[in-house]
Design a protein around this ligand. Structure first.
Ligand code: G3P
Ligand code: CA
Length: 245
């Protein structure tokens, strides 16, 4: 069955990368979450997509220039308010603790392709181990040196390279770095690449799949997973396709 990964949580309807978006993704029936992590000035792993807080909060500046305490005062629900409640930027620890109360899988994307965030791999792995979640985590990044380093530190945690351009036989590359999966940009995930990856034992999870036709294609071809802002819509389409088979 094609798994549904909620991209930044249920980000089509709720403020991305907030606990609200994660809780709503679970309620919508998603199998998994996709989140982005960066490091604060005082070394806390926090969940936010951009290096700067400007787009999604009521603050300004680089994440790495805020302490965790300062960052928590910002409202990450600012860009997509659904309630009057303030939505803080979550820490990875907060999310992992909540994950012990459910069965979700989580793809942690290390956002260290712009700033290196030295030590982020060790911090993420330490926390995943603390909550005993190694078998429900996939570490991905556009920084492939970082995921290979993560694998060396924690071979029990799955890694998956992210890429946005066409790669020649990506399943061969994945095996060469001991990745069990690949996360390609949707446009590069042709039927041929999907089928060959699966045939070669590599899970393939294209991003970001929001259109109905794209979802239908991936469900019909039995792609391993898809990463979407619209988990509820994906659930509905998956159910329709399954009941038609
Ligand atoms: O992990 C898939 C996708 O999230 C990668 O791109 O920019 O949305 O983090 P981006
Ligand atoms: Ca991401």
């Amino acid at each position: 069955m094609t798994m549904i990964f909620a991209h930044r949580g249920y980000s089509a309807k709720f403020p991305e990368n907030t606990m609200q978006a994660f809780i709503e993704a679970e309620k919508a029936g998603a199998d998994a979450l996709e989140i982005d992590v960066q490091l604060t000035k005082d070394g806390e792993v926090v969940i936010i997509h951009d290096e700067k807080v400007d787009r999604v909060t009521n603050g300004q500046g680089y994440v790495k220039e805020f302490t965790y305490k300062e960052l928590r005062k910002l409202d990450a629900g600012f860009h997509k308010k659904t309630t009057a409640k303030m939505e803080p930027i979550p820490s990875l620890e907060e999310l992992l603790e909540w994950m012990t109360t459910n069965r979700l899988i989580c793809n942690i994307e290390l956002k260290n392709n712009f700033f290196p965030y030295e030590g982020i791999e060790e911090k993420v792995i330490k926390m995943v181990r603390k909550y005993n979640l190694s078998n429900r985590i996939i570490i991905s990044s556009f920084n492939h040196y970082s995921i290979v380093y993560s694998y060396r530190l924690a071979p029990e945690i799955e890694i998956a390279p992210l890429y946005s351009e066409n790669l020649y036989m990506p399943w061969v590359y994945a095996k060469s770095i001991r990745a069990k999966g690949i996360h390609p940009k949707l446009i590069t995930a042709t039927d041929e690449v999907i089928l060959a990856s699966i045939e070669n034992g590599i899970q393939i999870r294209p991003y970001t799949v929001n259109k109905e036709d794209d979802m239908k294609r991936l469900f019909s071809i039995r792609c391993s997973a898809l990463i979407t802002d619209e988990p509820k819509k994906a659930m509905k389409i998956r159910q329709q396709i399954q009941s038609a088979i």
